[in-house]
Write a protein that binds this ligand. Structure first.
Ligand SMILES: [Zn+2]
Length: 211
């Protein structure tokens, strides 16, 4: 969920090998959770699970790209951020579009799948938080990855709450509302990232971040 926080702030410079290893494990956890959660989103007919799965994919891509462009030029980094921003906006449009579509279809999401997969996602993000915890007082980049996993854990709680809401209300509304919230976070995050990247590409180094 932290589309606003898992953004272009993640720029690694010279790095502690222990932190690098922790980060590689976090990347693997994010990728594994995307591969589990996306099919389960389709099986359970849950838009919130699909949106949460996309967040894992986005974080996998962000951390991998950030590691890959260490020591790269500012232009390369800004282009990587631009790519991330555009992907994020496509994700937001897809989640928003399919959520609106499901408002008319109103299929019944599986509350059991939502809560159990949401719980697995929560554990995955908590594991990431624990892995990164001892580095959190490091530089700003370490801190932003840590904050990002923490905010994603809060998003997972929202999915679990939505699952309970689906169970209690026997409607798809809690699922669609949480998916809508996630889509708007993707979109607002993408706008901020694209704006920042374009400023960096045009040679203007902004003193104040746009978000
Ligand atoms: Zn995230």
């Amino acid at each position: 969920m932290g589309a606003n926080c898992c953004g272009d702030d993640v720029k690694f410079d010279g790095m502690d090998p222990r932190y690098r290893r922790a980060l590689l494990i976090v990347i693997f956890i994010n990728l594994a959770m995307f591969l589990i959660e996306m099919p389960m989103g389709f099986v359970g007919d849950s838009q919130a699970l699909k949106a949460d799965a996309l967040d894992f994919l986005a974080d996998t891509a962000t951390y991998t790209i950030s590691l890959a462009v260490i020591g790269g030029s500012l232009v390369l980094r800004a282009k990587a951020a631009l790519f991330k921003g555009v992907s994020l906006s496509l994700m937001g449009v897809w989640v928003l579009g399919s959520t609106i579509y499901y408002i008319f279809v109103m299929s019944a999401p599986s509350a059991a799948i939502m809560t159990s997969v949401g719980l697995a996602a929560l554990l995955a993000n908590l594991a990431s938080v624990l892995l990164l915890m001892r580095f959190k007082d490091g530089d700003a980049n370490v801190r932003s990855v840590w904050l990002c996993s923490r905010n994603d854990a809060i998003g997972n709680l929202l999915v679990i709450v939505a699952g309970s809401g689906v169970w209690i209300s026997t409607t798809a509304w809690p699922d669609l509302i949480v998916a809508g919230i996630m889509a708007s976070l993707f979109l607002s995050g993408s706008v901020a990232i694209i704006r920042q990247a374009r400023q960096e590409l045009s040679g203007v180094s902004p003193k104040v971040r746009p978000h």
